[in-house]
Design a protein around this ligand. Structure first.
Ligand code: SF4
Length: 120
């Protein structure tokens, strides 16, 4: 879920699932709905208008579930810290299990974090 990112992290997530880095071979697969998800990838600082959608998306995912905060913005609001439209970091809104640092994090780091979840 993009909670307010600049889209840089999404480009790297897209690469992580491309044929080059291929996170699927390690058991991680993108799904179209949080109702089908075991984990939520969340990017960006959480903007004020995305805080409630993030809470609802978290609630929609079946338990047990994990949250992966991707990027420095997700971790601590990054370059958007103190911006007037920012509600906070991802962990200020929903529980976070794994953080992937970087602005943006490279695909290798995203795949490594996902492998930590899938155990493959
Ligand atoms: S961490 Fe960097 S690339 Fe990712 S949303 Fe923030 S500014 Fe953009």
């Amino acid at each position: 879920m993009d909670a307010g990112s600049c889209n840089g992290c999404e480009i790297e997530i897209g690469q992580a699932f491309s044929p080059v880095y291929d996170a699927e071979r390690y058991g991680a697969r993108l799904v179209a709905s949080p109702r089908h998800a075991d984990a939520l990838l969340v990017t960006g600082p959480v903007t004020r208008n995305m805080a409630e959608p993030l809470r609802r998306t978290y609630a929609a995912a079946p338990s047990p579930k994990l949250v992966v905060a991707v990027g420095d913005c997700a971790h601590n609001c990054g370059v958007f810290a103190s911006a007037h439209g920012v509600a906070g970091a991802v962990s200020d809104v929903v529980p976070v299990d794994v953080e992937v640092p970087g602005c943006p994090p490279p695909p290798e780091a995203i795949v490594a974090a996902l492998r930590g979840l899938t155990g493959r």
